[in-house]
Each structure stands twice: as structure tokens, then as C-alpha cells.
Design a protein around this ligand. Sequence first.
Ligand SMILES: [Ca+2]
Ligand SMILES: [Ca+2]
Length: 94
Amino acid sequence: MTDLETSMATIIAVFQKYSEREGDKHKLKKSELKDLLNDELPELMAHVKDQATLDSLMESLDTDGDAECDFQEFMTFISMVTVCCHEFFEHEDE
Ligand SMILES: [Ca+2]
Ligand SMILES: [Ca+2]
């Protein structure tokens, strides 16, 4: 597999690792999302310390309003964070 293919497979595997834990196997409930963010994005979570911030993050991700984060909603979040990282590293070079 190429680097990009591996990355895509990794994102899917990471999502499933957490989404399968409880309830709907294909969706992240808030506690699963929280564990995923804590374990997989600790740098980002350093900025999301309080419950209110996590609540509003979950709310903004949950575009269909079912109180769970499905894979499409998760990908929207990942691309948002990745674009932010890219912008950050672009400025690093200057
Ligand atoms: Ca689940
Ligand atoms: Ca949802």
C-alpha cells in the first residue's frame, strides 16, 4: 500500500477501534469520542480541557443530530483538524 492508502486505512481502523466499544458499532457516542480524542489526539485534547468545550465540539460534529458521531461526521472533523495542522506547518516554513 502507498502512504496515502495506509493513512486512509489507519483512519478507518482507529474509528472502528473506538466505535465498536459500546452501542452502535458504526458510531461514536460521546464517551467513545472522548476516549478516541484523549488517546489518539492528546495534543489537541490539551486545548479541550473542560466538559463544556467537549460538549460543544460533539455538538458541532453531530450534523444529523443523533447525539452520535458517525464516520462521515468523524471525517469532517479529521479533515478540519488536518487542514489546521497543514496551515500551522505552512507558517513554520516562513
Ligand atoms: Ca459505538
Ligand atoms: Ca451524528
